[in-house]
Design a protein around this ligand. Structure first.
Ligand code: SIN
Ligand code: NI
Length: 265
């Protein structure tokens, strides 16, 4: 992909991300590209059901209603391997973090099915990751139109500045947990809902508190998430299905084929 194909990320976008801990970017993918991803995710769901594949860290009932989570699909589906290497997306992550390069931590499809779904409770991501430093970030790409009713993402602006706070159990917590997780100094800060068209996305810092409501529409809410590790982040021993097979030593910078470089200066 040549530079013509890059997203025109501005310094204002980068500053917004630094200040608020997230940024909304519209029309990053074309509808043709979205359609390719939708088909690949549908294939993964079919394969998972057909072959009883274990593609996610948890499948217990409490968690399953939050979303169907399928991780590291890039290793199984060439189309999704192409997607993690999509320079238009990866270059955004690199520029937002002002980093020399970014690596993949993992990808995941997150589907909130209609009707019986639960909210994704307020949480930070970093506290679940085997990383010593903060800075990791996610691209949350909408494959369907996401509205408040369909379970779009919400963010507490600036909450990444709080640093890491104790993790919560996402499958087993009251969804309306914002007051429980935010310190008193942040109680007045209003969360922002980000509704997106397919092919539009948010990037959020792994420390930014976020939430998604239940899907009360008739259509599944499908998102394709890529999680990026900026340069200089080191491995911390921590239980996570992706981290467990890494063979990295604690304190060592992330490297190796499980964590490919996706964009570089
Ligand atoms: C969600 O898609 O519901 C939550 C995504 C996230 O926690 O990053
Ligand atoms: Ni999260």
């Amino acid at each position: 992909r040549g530079p013509m194909n890059l997203y025109s990320l501005t310094e204002d976008h980068v500053r917004f991300y630094e200040e608020h801990g997230y940024v909304q970017l519209d029309n990053v993918l074309t509808m043709d590209e979205v359609e390719v991803l939708r088909r690949a995710v549908a294939q993964a769901v079919d394969d998972k059901n057909k072959y009883n594949l274990n593609l996610g860290p948890r499948t217990d009932e409490g968690y399953a209603k939050v979303f169907l989570q399928m991780v590291n699909l890039w290793e199984r589906y060439p189309v999704l391997e192409d997607y993690i290497h999509n320079v238009r997306v990866a270059e955004i992550a690199r520029k937002l973090t002002r980093s020399k390069y970014v690596r993949l931590w993992h990808d995941q499809a997150l589907i909130k099915y209609p009707k019986d779904s639960k909210a994704t409770a307020w949480h930070q991501d970093t506290v679940y990751w085997p990383m010593n430093e903060a800075g990791g970030l996610s691209c949350w790409m909408a494959l369907d139109e996401v509205t408040v009713e369909r379970g779009c993402m919400w963010f507490v602006p600036g909450s990444h500045k709080l640093g890491p706070l104790p993790p919560i159990d996402l499958g087993n917590v009251l969804p309306d947990n914002l007051d429980a997780v935010l310190p008193a100094s942040f109680r007045g800060v209003k969360p922002v809902a980000v509704e997106l068209k397919p092919g539009s996305c948010t990037f959020h810092n792994g420390l930014t508190f976020h939430y998604a409501g239940p899907n009360v529409t008739d259509i599944p809410r499908r998102a394709m998430v890529t999680i990026f590790i900026p340069a200089g982040i080191t491995y911390k021993k921590h239980t996570h299905i992706v981290g467990d097979r890494s063979n990295l030593q604690p304190g060592e910078e992330f490297h190796g084929p499980l964590f490919p470089v996706l964009a570089r200066d």
